[in-house]
Design a protein around this ligand. Sequence first.
Ligand SMILES: [Ca+2]
Length: 579
Amino acid sequence: MRARTLRLGSRQTAKRYRSILAAALFTLVAAFAVGGAGAGVLPAAVPAPAVVDPVVSAAAAADPTRTLHVLVQARDPQAAGRLVAAVVAVGGTVRWSLSIVDGVAADIPAAALQTLAASDGVETISLDGRVIGSGFAPADPNLWQSVVGVDRLWGNDGQPAPPTPTIAIIDSGVDQTRAEDFGGRVITQVNLSSRDPNAAGDDFGHGTMVAGLAAGASSAYPGAAPSASIVSIRTADAHDESLVSDVVAAAQWVLDNRVAYGIRVVNLSLLSGNPSSFIDDPLDQALEQLWFNGIVVVAAAGNIGGPVRMDYAPASDPFIIVVGAAETHATLDTTDDTVASFSAYGRGWDGFTRPDLVAPGRYMIAPSPATGALTAEYPSNVAAPGYLRLSGTSFAAPVVAGTAAQLLARHPLWTPDQVKGALMETAQQVAPGTPQGAAGAGELDAAAAAAVDDPINPNAAINAYLVRDAGRTVLDGEAWSHAVQQSPGTWGAPAAAQAWGSAWGSAWGSYAWGSAWETAMWKNDANVASASGAAWGSAWGSAWGSAWGSAWGSAWGSFAWGSAWGSAWGSAWGSTTGG
Ligand SMILES: [Ca+2]
């Protein structure tokens, strides 16, 4: 502190005033830190060690191998001339010489922090952080990022969050040109849309919103995992129609390429148009293969309200994470949160209740191409140029998907079952009077889920029916259905026995395979994007065979889940997260 006082003597009045203030603040901090014992201890003739920003010290202590982005300031203009040499001497590099503050901006090895602090002429070392003080401050009035606590997992420049794995978005594409939202984090785009195989980007606008909520990084509308890499797998055409085979092919693509791109989370904000048991549904089966191979699959519950029969893939699948939509009512407390009227819930034929949990999904603001069909459809919902405000379980699912990536960043060895368990056991209470099952286990609490040490396994009961077959893990559907028939009460599912027996046949007949789809599946709500359906009709039969056969079997043997993962994890992320 004494050295600082000497420095002040060489300054002009106005600058001195600011510096005195700064010194006073530092002194105050120091007083708290050392009990006020330090002020007069050092002899005047001995230079005091530099004052190091505690955030920088903490970052260096947490990981001595990392590089620190710092601002180094000198005791006086003459000393400033020696800063470059001091930085270089400890193995750092200077990015800017900043004479206006008698300093330099530098990248230094964390392990060299104290050496630099003791170097001749160095007075302060502070964090070279972002100028937007609180990081990704949500401007969204519904505060969803804070309601679910995911903003507490974003880290800061001094203590950055651990790198998140890649999130695959199976949707209508992602507009990767939006630098503020995605930077360079859309690491690849794949078009598997049979209906529009030559399309690029996202001319509909739905997938970009989903990606933005999962992993957007704009200061105004950040997503749940704003540093995650994104893989966009397009299955929808410009009218948001996908074939189920395209979606199955997308799951296949993820399975084949998960190591190369570090994918550990998949989001599907779409819903099948045909009811089926999860045992027989190809999309459910494909997604289960992702799940059994270590990939967390998150799907929207659908926008058909409830209670309904949850017989539509992927929301019908009991293994994966199915997400309904909550409304926050613009308060941080979740005990006034309701389940949106459109948010689907109920039991499927197989007796399982869906969804697993809810996340904010009402009035969600997210990036969407201004020229997209969705913006044209909802012009009054443009919240800002290039951003739409819409509601739907489509927009709740990616909040959970991004959170799943955050959990895996902190618990990279967790299985999908464990991620699901942590999310469910920490879910927050919603408003009293919420219909039973509508919110599943409750509303997402991302920070609490990340803090879980040993998650429950919500899939333990059905995992008992998993078997190995031809080198892969599959559900023994026959054994499972037999068990359900023998003791339906085991599943807490009165619907199970009924579903599996008599209702099965008639239900098939009562659903039109395509004709009733639009009116049956989506509420006519101006705030609900009628966007998430995989609509199919005529192409269904042919798609079934082609997607399900060919490359499926050969792919299984080649995965090295485990051995290859570690290296891919590092290499695939390092280049895109900036370390
Ligand atoms: Ca609330």
